[in-house]
Ligand binder design. Sequence first.
Ligand SMILES: NC(=O)c1ccc[n+]([C@@H]2O[C@H](COP(=O)([O-])OP(=O)(O)OC[C@H]3O[C@@H](n4cnc5c(N)ncnc54)[C@H](O)[C@@H]3O)[C@@H](O)[C@H]2O)c1
Length: 255
Amino acid sequence: MTTALEGRVAIVTGGRGGAGRAVCERLEREGARVYAADLSNEGTMGDAPAAGEFVPFDVTDEAAVIDGIATINQDCGRLDIVVNAAGIEIEKTVEETTLDEWNRIFAINVTGTYLTSKHALPLLRGSGHASIINFGSYDGYIADPKLAAYCATKGAVHMITKAMAVDHGPEGIRVNAICPGYIDTPMLEQFYPDGVDPAEARAEAEFVHPLRTIGTPTDMANLVFWLASDEARYATGQLWVLDGGLSAQIQQMRF
Ligand SMILES: NC(=O)c1ccc[n+]([C@@H]2O[C@H](COP(=O)([O-])OP(=O)(O)OC[C@H]3O[C@@H](n4cnc5c(N)ncnc54)[C@H](O)[C@@H]3O)[C@@H](O)[C@H]2O)c1
């Protein structure tokens, strides 16, 4: 029996983080050869065994990006799927954010997406099934308090997604973004307020969702898989919000 991504090659930046790890596992299960491109083989999740071949990759370093993609070309001679999942969050207002912090978050979340996509394009052109999937956020649509620079980076990721879809659609390259709400990863734990019991913070986070639950890395991987597959052949240039209904409702009073 063949699987949906048999013979395809994928790179997942942030592939050792919470969401990236689940994406690597799902794409591999669907038959793709997967490269997990991250700063370290442990990423943010500790050293549990993870799917995909690790390739050292700093998305802010153009030479490292070129090297990583050259390694994939040498090994496989092709590339079909690019998942830009590397990202960081800084919990500050504009006034509190230093220029170094501002430049760092843009370098990882925005420039990293640009550099990886840019240097993958020559290989993607030969794919016949090329799909780029960027990690945006519901924070690229609506703002959380004290996440100013993060929100700005995700708005930029949303627009590079549309711009690339327009430029590269005629070459057969689809470009989409997934826009998660809360995903149960180390990044979300970092988002919970200091001094609040983590179990209490989690219960409150669940409550604000119409589905009364937060998303899992597997939920994200399911959508990434579909966008990477030929079933999504007509899907491009779109921002796919996956947030348990969080952004569909007006904030509710709690009685
Ligand atoms: N967790 C959430 O609630 C949430 C919500 C919306 C969007 N997102 C987005 O989803 C994506 C994945 O986030 P996550 O929750 O898995 O976070 P995470 O912190 O668990 O993983 C992020 C990964 O990116 C890697 N990374 C950081 N800087 C890098 C660099 N310079 N080069 C290469 N890799 C680098 C880290 O090592 C880590 O493995 C991010 O883009 C994030 O902004 C997350």
